[in-house]
Write a protein that binds this ligand. Structure first.
Ligand SMILES: C[S@@+](CC[C@H](N)C(=O)[O-])C[C@H]1O[C@@H](n2cnc3c(N)ncnc32)[C@H](O)[C@@H]1O
Length: 253
């Protein structure tokens, strides 16, 4: 007997890093028809404001002052809502497929016999690069782009440090605030010049966006000045509109 098509009432939507302008048209249209929206902590207020008033809204990022919702609870919530047959949107910050625990949620749906659609979003690194006036790849400079995490389930994440340290390479580090000193140490150990440019971009595309132009030498100090979700662009300096904090301007004077 041929497999019956899976019910497809769940749509994963990448919300982009914050601004409503960065939500895709497909994402916006999906959101307009939502009956249930399950969203993360990193979804910006501008995007949350687009959720229809009559849709059930479930915040799985944080509950009051309690710790973050566990992935098991998120999976179970998603499946339970999907089984109601309502149009469910699983709204994730940035792109759902970049450090978004998407696989666990797809697996949970599939195990329950449920299908889904994925609508990708703009990931923080691409918007951060645009905000600092740089491209992530450039002819003659870098032929590859790395997107890495600062930590994984084992602690500070290990990477191809020698590759990242090479002059001209560009690496976007997500979740890298706590590991900034570790990253700095590894890169210096693998021969990266202390003057390697780094852009620290916090709250990308939100009203409180911060752009801090720094170098590998000053990376931990720069990161300490960033508040909120932050992406590090190693190998890229802000082209223009640098809002270096006074402490850093003094450090570079
Ligand atoms: C769990 S990951 C999610 C990444 C997300 N799926 C994406 O594509 O941007 C969380 C990390 O993404 C980065 N991030 C997410 N939103 C951001 C924002 N608005 N500004 C700066 N960094 C952001 C930060 O490094 C943060 O620690």
């Amino acid at each position: 007997m041929p497999d019956l098509p899976l019910p497809q009432n769940v749509t994963f939507v990448g919300a982009g890093p914050g601004a409503a302008a960065h939500l895709t048209l497909a994402g916006f249209q999906a959101l307009q028809t939502a009956e249930v929206v399950i969203h993360d902590r990193l979804v910006g207020p501008e995007i949350l404001a687009l959720i229809p008033a009559n849709a059930l809204r479930i915040d799985v990022g944080k509950q009051g002052f309690a710790p973050s919702t566990s992935q098991q609870v998120i999976d179970a919530t998603l499946v339970a809502q999907a089984l109601t047959g309502k149009r469910v949107i699983r709204l994730k910050g940035g792109d759902c497929g970049v450090f978004g625990r998407l696989d666990e949620e797809m697996d949970a749906l599939q195990a329950a016999g449920l299908g889904f659609t994925i609508l990708p979003g703009l990931t923080s690194a691409t918007v951060a690069a645009a905000e600092i006036g740089q491209s992530l790849t450039r002819r003659g400079r870098n032929t590859a782009l790395r997107i890495v995490t600062g930590h994984d389930i084992a602690g500070f994440a290990d990477h191809d440090w020698a590759g990242i340290a090479r002059t001209g390479e560009v690496t976007a580090v997500y979740m890298g605030k706590k590991s900034a000193r570790f990253i700095q140490g590894r890169l210096l150990m693998h021969g990266a010049p202390a003057a390697t440019p780094v852009s620290v971009v916090a709250n990308v595309s939100r009203p409180d966006q911060q752009i801090i132009g720094t170098t590998l030498a000053d990376l931990p100090a720069a990161v300490a000045c960033a508040t909120g979700p932050t992406v590090l662009l190693i190998g890229l300096a802000p082209r223009a509109a640098i809002h270096s904090l006074p402490q850093l301007q003094e450090a570079h004077a």
